[in-house]
Design a binder for this molecule. Sequence first.
Ligand SMILES: [Zn+2]
Ligand SMILES: [Zn+2]
Length: 128
Amino acid sequence: MTLVPRISVLYTCQHYREFTERNAPAPGDELLCLRCDKLVRVVSIVDEYRVRCCSGRCKYSANFGQAKLRSEIAASKHHRKFPKHEVKLFKGSELVHTWQAQSPDRVTTEQFLGRSVNDVNMSDPTLF
Ligand SMILES: [Zn+2]
Ligand SMILES: [Zn+2]
């Protein structure tokens, strides 16, 4: 999965297509719809809700279309499961909400208490 923001575009034929932000067409542009196999126009750019985990190792990222509630549930679920992850909710490219990561200092003392560093599996995704 990639961290490049993607946006959805609605065509006159009612099909959607995803573009990277840099390549996205503008409303009114004429494009080939790959599903209809004909030239159609862009009606609008659709801002989708997307959840992205900004923790270095975690590549969690999900797209929820217009389902704001589902995106919020998914984000808070992920954050509850991995409290050390910083999870962000976007609408289009606009940041809606951030679930802050727990303080790394606290995490370190909790996680490593009574264990030597050698006992800690550094590839354990729940640590970070
Ligand atoms: Zn189409
Ligand atoms: Zn994560």
